[in-house]
Design a protein around this ligand. Structure first.
Ligand SMILES: CC(C)(COP(=O)(O)OP(=O)(O)OC[C@H]1O[C@@H](n2cnc3c(N)ncnc32)[C@H](O)[C@@H]1OP(=O)(O)O)[C@@H](O)C(=O)NCCC(=O)NCCS
Length: 186
């Protein structure tokens, strides 16, 4: 991109609907969490690539909390929007709902945030993404929250790296008393 372009949030908003068929079920008869995660990754890519108009990879996925089980026969609807863009990364917000037609029940399954990074397909290096045109208060709020999440994730990664580097196993082992584990003794 020679001059930085700007695109609206609406231009890349994406909706994906999928019927939950019996082959998606686990042994308990509910839909596998992994099926839903795979659909979330698919819509995150579609939404990010539509904004960038190019290739993107999934850099990270925020914690995904399944609020309600999804049953076979329900219709899953995933809605995705670009919340925030950095230099080469984009945060995609995804809302998942499931719908039981027969009972007329709509359930919120989860909301999660995927960070996607735009890549040059030849060099495999991150490249700048188009900016975001924020058209209403909700879009401004989402952008600000996305920026906060990025800052928190960056400091969390740095903090965990420091903790791992300085971890003193002999000291930490003593703190395991009362934890739900047994130490292996040769
Ligand atoms: C994600 C990836 C491109 C980052 O590469 P990198 O060399 O660390 O790139 P940079 O440090 O220049 O960071 C590039 C952007 O990614 C973001 N980023 C990097 N690692 C991240 C992570 N773990 N979580 C969230 N964002 C991340 C940075 O904040 C930066 O954003 P910005 O440009 O908007 O400021 C690289 O780690 C990668 O290719 N990972 C594999 C992705 C993949 O294959 N996914 C599919 C899994 S099957």
């Amino acid at each position: 991109m020679s001059e930085r372009e700007y695109r609206t949030v609406k231009a890349s908003q994406t909706v994906l609907k999928e019927l939950m068929v019996p082959s998606y079920a686990n042994f308990g008869g509910k839909v596998h969490g992994g099926v839903i995660l795979s659909l979330m990754d698919k819509i995150a890519y579609t939404c990010a690539a539509s904004h960038v108009k190019g290739y993107c990879v999934t850099a990270s996925v925020d914690s995904v909390n399944f609020l309600n089980p999804v049953e076979v026969g329900e219709l899953l609807t995933l809605s995705a929007s670009v919340n925030y863009v950095g230099n080469s990364s984009l945060e995609i917000g995804i809302k998942v709902i499931s719908e039981d037609f027969r009972l007329g029940i709509v359930k919120h399954t989860n909301t999660s945030y995927f960070t996607m990074v735009a890549m040059d397909e030849d060099t495999r290096a991150p490249i700048p993404v188009p900016g975001l045109i924020l058209e209403d208060e909700r879009e401004i709020k989402r952008f600000i929250e996305g920026r906060i999440r990025k800052q928190l994730k960056t400091s969390h990664r740095a903090e965990m790296k420091k903790i791992r580097r300085n971890l003193d196993l002999m000291t930490e082992i003593k703190s395991l008393d009362g934890e739900h584990c047994r130490l292996y003794k040769a």
